[in-house]
Design a protein around this ligand. Structure first.
Ligand SMILES: Nc1ncnc2c1ncn2[C@@H]1O[C@H](COP(=O)(O)OP(=O)(O)OP(=O)(O)O)[C@@H](O)[C@H]1O
Length: 257
């Protein structure tokens, strides 16, 4: 689904992404982790075509991203940032409907099929009762759910999430990640998400890519990555590693000592 070959990005002479070579297969959920400034958001911008690499190639479904038409990328790739949608004074319904725009031709109006898709997505995201409410009156968690609903009606093949849970309480964090997980399983969606919470990343992602100083340090399962020595080297912290009592997945505990 997605291949990066020796991808680098330099801004004003400074390397912010260096020689990144990764492969993500269709239907995979991949967690992009690493310390502040590691280059995670920059990599998401490169994959989404928002920025161009200084060197290397990015292939989406076997075709170089810079050969894709902008509209085709807008249809196939959805990007969600930590801020979610800007709080414009438009209704939840209209905000979600905007997700259909990449599918419409010039001056083409939405069809009944587009409205039906919006209704269906509002239902499965639990937003039906909010559909007339203005976006700028919603809480951060509700707005993030609207952002997911908008991405869902877009029907992308690749979903990129940049710290989608940052401003959310634990209930809403789980809600957002479960919505994404159910969607991924239902549609065989490919997901790449930046997460700072290593415990959530280990629980929700089948593969983790650990970045530091613009480079990929290590990639693998949570078993490979959530390991004391690996985390100590990259984060300069020594977490306690325990097993989740239900899933047995490695989790970290932090303490002052
Ligand atoms: N437009 C830019 N101009 C100059 N430097 C930039 C620019 N964009 C990113 N950088 C630098 O590149 C490095 C990587 O930034 P990036 O936002 O990708 O990191 P990140 O891993 O997402 O960090 P965080 O976890 O703190 O969000 C940082 O040192 C940042 O200052």
């Amino acid at each position: 689904m997605l291949q990066l070959e020796q991808v680098s990005k330099k801004i004003e002479g400074q390397s912010i992404v260096q020689n990144v070579t990764i492969e993500i297969t269709e239907g995979q959920c991949v967690g992009l982790i690493g310390p502040n400034g590691a280059g995670k958001s920059s990599l998401i911008k490169l994959i989404s075509g928002l920025e161009e690499p200084s060197a290397g190639s990015i292939y989406l479904k076997g075709k170089s991203v810079n050969q894709w038409k902008t509209k085709k990328i807008a249809k196939s790739v959805a990007v969600l940032t930590q801020e979610g949608l800007a709080p414009y004074p438009i209704s939840v319904y209209d905000a979600v409907l905007m997700g259909r725009y990449p599918h419409l031709g010039f001056f083409q109006r939405e069809s009944q099929e587009d409205y039906d898709k919006v209704d269906h997505v509002l239902e499965i995201t639990g937003l039906k009762d909010f559909k007339s409410q203005m976006l700028d009156t919603l809480s951060g968690g509700e707005r993030q759910r609207v952002a997911i609903a908008k991405a869902m009606v877009q029907e992308p093949e690749l979903l990129l999430l940049d710290e989608p849970t940052t401003f959310l309480d634990i209930g809403h964090q789980l809600n957002v990640l479960r919505l994404v997980q159910e969607w991924q399983e239902r549609e065989n969606l490919t997901v790449v998400m930046v997460l700072h919470d290593l415990n959530l990343a280990a629980q929700f992602c089948e593969k983790l890519i650990l970045m530091n100083h613009g480079e990929v340090v290590k990639e693998g399962s949570s078993e490979d990555i959530i390991a004391e020595e690996t985390l100590r080297q990259v984060y300069h912290a020594t977490p306690e590693i325990i097993r989740h009592p239900k899933s047995n997945i490695p989790q970290i505990l932090l303490s002052p000592q």
